[in-house]
Design a binder for this molecule. Structure first.
Ligand code: NAP
Ligand code: ZN
Length: 336
C-alpha cells in the first residue's frame, strides 16, 4: 500500500505530490483516513529547516483529524470508523519517570509526528494510538483540527502554571495559537489583554474574549500598562523587546513563551529579582492535558476561526500564512 501526500523535497521548497509506503501496522497503531489537517506555523519552521531537525522529503502536518480505518492487536480505546485527532507528538518511551507521570511531552525519547516521519498533509497516516485522541461530538472536525497542536499548546501552560480566574492575562500575538489562547483565558474567567501588531484584529480579538487590546509594538501604550498583568503568554516567534513585557507584570508575574524564540529573552537580572518574576517556556501538552483541553473546548464552545483549503491548494494556504494573512488558522481538507 502506498499513501499519497504533499511533501517539500528540499528546504523551503513548494510542496509537490508525493507517495510513500508506510511501515507495517504495529500492535498499538491505528491507520487513519485524514479528513482535515491544520497548518501550524511550526510546519513552516520545519519546511524551512529553521530548527535544523528537518529531513527531506518532508511531509508536514500535525493537527490531524480523521477516521480510524484499521487497528493493531493491542488497540482497545478506538474502534474502526471512530473519529480521532493526532497532534505534534507521535511517541515516547512509555517507561521513564515522565511517561509514568503522564507527562510524555517531557520524555527525552519523544518523537514528533512530522519530524523524520510522514505527517498529515496526506490522505492517510499510521500512528501510535496512545497519541491519538477521541474528538468530542460537539466539535466540528475542521474547527477541532487546530486544537490538536495550537489549542493544546496554549491550554497547557494556562492550566498547569497556576493561572487563576482572578488573574489578568496577556496574550501576545493573535494568530493561530493566540486566537485560541484568548478564548481559553477568557473561558478560564481571566481578564484578558490581547497584544497584536495588527490593528485590524482589535474587533475580532474582543469578540473572541479579549477585554483590552494593545498594540504589541506601541512603546507608550506598553509603558502605560506597566505592572498590570499576572501572566503573559507569548505565542509569536518575532523578537520584541521582552524587558518591556517583563515590566507589564505585577510581582510574582510570569512571562511564558510558546512561540519559538531564537534570540535571548532578557539580559536584566534585576528586572526578575525586584518583582520575584519568572520567565518560562512550554512545549505542546501531555496526553492527559490534551484530553482535558478537548473536553474543556467542547464545554465552552472554543473553536478555531478557520480558512478552509482543499489539500490540492496547500501551497496557496502556506503562502498566505507566510504573508501573515490567515485569519486565524488554515485548515486543509481531503475528498474534494
Ligand atoms: P501564526 O498563526 O503565524 O501566528 C503568529 C503571530 O505572530 C501572527 O499572527 C502575528 O500576530 C504575530 N507576528 C507575526 N509577525 C510579527 C512581528 N513582526 N512582530 C510582532 N508580531 C508578529 O503562528 P502560530 O501557528 O500561532 O505559531 C506561533 C509560534 O508558536 C511559532 O513559532 C510556532 O512554531 C510556535 N509553536 C510552538 C509550540 C510549542 O510547543 N511551544 C507549538 C505550536 C507552535 P499579530 O498580527 O496579532 O501581531
Ligand atoms: Zn504545531
Amino acid at each position: 500500500m502506498s499513501i499519497n501526500c504533499y511533501a517539500a523535497k528540499n528546504q523551503s521548497e513548494t510542496l509537490t505530490p508525493y507517495s510513500y509506503d508506510p511501515s507495517a501496522l504495529g500492535g498499538w497503531d491505528i491507520e487513519v483516513a485524514i479528513t482535515h489537517c491544520g497548518i501550524c506555523h511550526s510546519d513552516l519552521h520545519l519546511i524551512d529547516n529553521d530548527w535544523g531537525v528537518s529531513s527531506y522529503p518532508l511531509i508536514p502536518g500535525h493537527e490531524i483529524i480523521g477516521t480510524v480505518t484499521a487497528k493493531g492487536e493491542h488497540v482497545e480505546d478506538f474502534a474502526v470508523g471512530e473519529r480521532v485527532g493526532i497532534g505534534w507528538q507521535r511517541s515516547s518511551c512509555q517507561q521513564c519517570e515522565w511517561c509514568h507521570k503522564g507527562e510524555e511531552n517531557l520524555c527525552a525519547k519523544q518523537e514528533a509526528t512530522c519530524v523524520g516521519h510522514a505527517g498529515g498533509f496526506a490522505e492517510k497516516i499510521r500512528a501510535d494510538s496512545r497519541f491519538a485522541f477521541s474528538i468530542p461530538e460537539d466539535l466540528p472536525s475542521e474547527q477541532a483540527a487546530p486544537l490538536l497542536c495550537g489549542g493544546a499548546t496554549v491550554y497547557s501552560p494556562l492550566a498547569t502554571r497556576g493561572v487563576k480566574p482572578t488573574d489578568r492575562v496577556g496574550i501576545v500575538g493573535i494568530g493561530g495559537l493566540g486566537h485560541l489562547a484568548v478564548q481559553f483565558a477568557h473561558a478560564f474567567g481571566c481578564e484578558v489583554t490581547a497584544f497584536s501588531h495588527s490593528p485590524d484584529k482589535e474587533v475580532e480579538a474582543k469578540k473572541l474574549g479579549a477585554d483590552h487590546f494593545i498594540s504589541s509594538t506601541d512603546k507608550a501604550a506598553l509603558e502605560k500598562a506597566a505592572g498590570s498583568l499576572d501572566f503573559i503568554l507569548v505565542t509569536i516567534s518575532a523578537p520584541l523587546d521582552w524587558e518591556v513585557y517583563l515590566d507589564l507584570l505585577r510581582p510574582y508575574g510570569m512571562l511564558c513563551f510558546v512561540g519559538a524564540q531564537e534570540k535571548p529573552i532578557c539580559s536584566s537580572f534585576m528586572k526578575l529579582l525586584e518583582g520575584r518574576k519568572a520567565i518560562c517556556a512550554s512545549n505542546i501538552a501531555s496526553c492527559p492535558d490534551m484530553k482535558d483541553m478537548l473536553r474543556f473546548a467542547a464545554q465552552h464552545g472554543i473553536k478555531a476561526q478557520i480558512e478552509l483549503f482543499p489539500m490540492s491548494r496547500v501551497n496557496d494556504a502556506i503562502d498566505k500564512l507566510r504573508a501573515g494573512k490567515i485569519r486565524y488558522r488554515a485548515v486543509l481538507y481531503t475528498g474534494e
